[in-house]
Design a binder for this molecule. Structure first.
Ligand code: ADP
Ligand code: DP6
Ligand code: CO
Length: 344
């Protein structure tokens, strides 16, 4: 018999950092992307969202808190996730009619181009799926909250296939390799600015679809081959090729942002200086040892292998002394986190 007591579930979900970027939607309502994308999911020991949801017959109204601040429940994406979860639930469950209290917090900057929407909606949908006993693929539900969230539903290396169905039910994420496949892989996050970005990813990519000619070219002619090539590089643990494709793809996404009108400028001088440092390091080493990638924000995500971490971190600390007021990048906060990528 179904209990009449409140039910509470807490989940954590990690961020993922795309190496082939999702940038542009085919369907704004269903969040179906223009192109496939591929990412690595980080460990929940580092950057993660944590969400607690309570359903109770005694709650008078739905409530939602994010990072300690109450948010409006009148939120289309939240609503779409809830509707889809409830559609897939057993319709006899009494809790379907109870009100919800959702409380979430991120342990890293929100809306700063560090994939908070990915961790946030992956976490929300995981918790809802447990509450309402949903089975089968739920990445297409997380996608309705934020496209990139579908990839955080799996660990390791994850491919989001854009799908061909109009209803988006085959626009889902699939793991192509677990983290254990490439155990030496590490991610460094260089926080250039932890502030909220000027224009969110949603707005930036929408404007890109409306005004950039490059975006269609990318989706049709560039991404399919890159997905194939980077999947192969991951399979073979070929870091040099993996790094080149990763950096080229980040640069292409930001080129599209500049091709957007009015342009979306996410990278700053510090971001470009970090990219320059990575190229200088790789050239000094004779092959690619570090790969940068930038989401819709100025912060750098660097992929590198464990043996490289110590030397590269000491060079970063030398070039960007975080506490040196005479430093070249005076006034630019630059803190750093070392994120081992041991994903379950
Ligand atoms: P980011 O680059 O951090 O992903 P976005 O602009 O894509 O930035 O998304 C930020 C938005 O994602 C937030 O304004 C909020 O609406 C949503 N979000 C972030 N974290 C969470 C969370 N833990 N739970 C629910 N929604 C979240
Ligand atoms: C640059 O998933 O945040 O991080 O689907 O509109 O919520 P919405 O956008 P979002 O976009 C992420 C864009 C990106 C690249 C990526 O993660 O693939
Ligand atoms: Co986002």
């Amino acid at each position: 018999m179904e209990s009449k007591n409140a039910k509470i579930v807490t989940c954590v979900a990690p961020v993922n950092i795309a190496v082939i970027k999702y940038w542009g939607k085919l369907d704004e309502e269903l969040l179906i992307p223009l192109n496939d994308s591929l990412s690595g999911t980080l460990s929940t020991d580092f950057m993660r969202a944590k969400t607690t949801i309570m359903v109770s017959p005694t709650l008078q109204e739905n409530k939602f808190w994010l990072n300690g601040k109450e948010q409006s429940f009148d939120n289309k994406r939240l609503d779409n996730c809830l509707k889809e979860i409830k559609r897939r639930a057993n319709q006899e469950l009494p809790i379907l009619n109870w009100k919800l209290s959702i409380c979430s917090e991120n342990n890293f900057p929100t809306a700063a181009g560090l994939a908070s929407s990915a961790a946030g909606y992956a976490c929300l949908v995981s918790a809802l799926a447990i509450l309402y006993d949903i089975e089968g693929d739920i990445s297409s539900i997380a996608r309705r909250g934020s496209g990139s969230a579908c990839r955080s539903m799996y660990g390791g290396w994850v491919h989001w296939c854009k799908g061909i169905k109009e209803d988006g039910l085959d626009s889902i994420a699939k793991q192509i390799a677990p983290a254990s496949h490439w155990p030496e892989m590490r991610v460094l996050i260089l926080v250039v600015s932890d502030g909220k970005k000027k224009y969110g990813s949603t707005e930036g990519m929408k404007r890109g679809v409306e005004t950039s000619e490059l975006i269609t070219y990318r989706a049709q002619y560039v991404v399919p081959k890159r997905i194939e090539d980077i999947s192969e590089a991951i399979k073979k643990r070929d870091f040099n090729t993996f790094a080149q494709i990763t950096m080229q793809d980040s640069n292409q996404m930001h080129a599209i942002c500049l091709d957007t009108y009015p342009p979306c400028v996410y990278m700053t001088n510090v971001s470009h200086a970090i990219a320059g440092l990575v190229h200088a390091y790789n050239s000094y080493k004779g092959s690619n040892k570090v790969a940068y990638t930038f989401d819709a924000g100025p912060n750098a995500c660097l992929y590198l292998l464990e043996p490289e971490v110590e030397e590269f971190v000491s060079i970063v600390n030398y070039v960007f002394p975080p506490s040196d007021p005479q430093g070249y990048f005076q006034g630019m906060p630059l803190s750093m986190k070392d994120i081992p990528q041991d994903i379950k």
